[in-house]
Design a protein around this ligand. Structure first.
Ligand SMILES: [Zn+2]
Length: 222
């Protein structure tokens, strides 16, 4: 890709495997990197504190935006602990871990903050390769919202999605190439049950993460 060493980037950052890999990817490709974390009523509040800690380790300024309102708009099992989390994607719909409107709103908030700080580049860890079927992780959605944000604010934002076409195994590989494999493995929190690093090993997020890790380690060590 084109390098943007003279420009800043704002990373949408949750402290999970994907956005942490993106944070370090951005550090390699931009002059200064800023992390924006969203508090939206996640079941596990330590997610935000874990993200803050990783940003500090990466020496990246960290901001938390309270967007709790989105958890009140549509039911989902990420924010409503009384709902039983879908382990599989239902045939005719999305898993109830889907938070409707989340990425649309997050990118809109991020662009608004970037506008105020005169930052053009937004980085998000969405992926179409290994996603749970969420419509707002697709490349076509990202292009659409990028065009809309540019029209909305008369700016030339560029939304970067370094993971868009990488499956979980390839995300591990990228972390390794960036020299942060151990940080991503040991410090990030991906687990839906709020357990850092290798997590609970049971939830859909852990299962996907571990499968990718095992595939990558087999390739690296094989
Ligand atoms: Zn888990």
């Amino acid at each position: 890709m084109q390098t943007y060493k003279a420009q800043d980037a704002l990373v949408l950052f949750s402290g999970g495997q994907d956005s942490t890999t993106c944070l370090y990817w951005a550090k390699q490709n931009f002059r200064h990197v800023h992390a924006l974390c969203f508090s939206y009523g996640q079941r596990h509040t330590q997610e935000v504190e874990n993200a803050r800690r990783i940003a500090a380790m990466a020496d990246v300024p960290f901001r938390v935006l309270d967007t709790t309102i989105i958890s009140q708009l549509a039911p989902n099992s990420l924010t409503d602990s009384s709902m039983l989390m879908d382990r599989e994607k239902p045939a005719d719909s999305y898993p109830n871990t889907f938070v409707p409107g989340r990425n649309m709103l997050f990118l809109t908030f991020a662009a608004t903050i970037a506008y105020a700080q005169n930052i053009r580049h937004l980085v998000t860890g969405v992926s179409e390769a290994d996603y749970s079927g969420y419509p707002d992780c697709r490349d076509t959605f990202i292009h659409s919202v990028n065009a809309t944000l540019n029209l909305a604010m008369d700016k030339q934002f560029v939304i970067h999605t370094p993971l868009m076409w990488r499956n979980k195994m390839e995300v591990w590989k990228l972390a390794d190439e960036l020299g942060v494999f151990d940080i991503v493995r040991n410090e990030t929190l991906t687990c839906y049950n709020g357990i850092p690093a290798d997590g609970c090993g049971e939830c859909p997020a852990c299962t996907l993460r571990r499968k990718g890790l095992e595939e990558y380690l087999a390739e690296r060590n094989g």
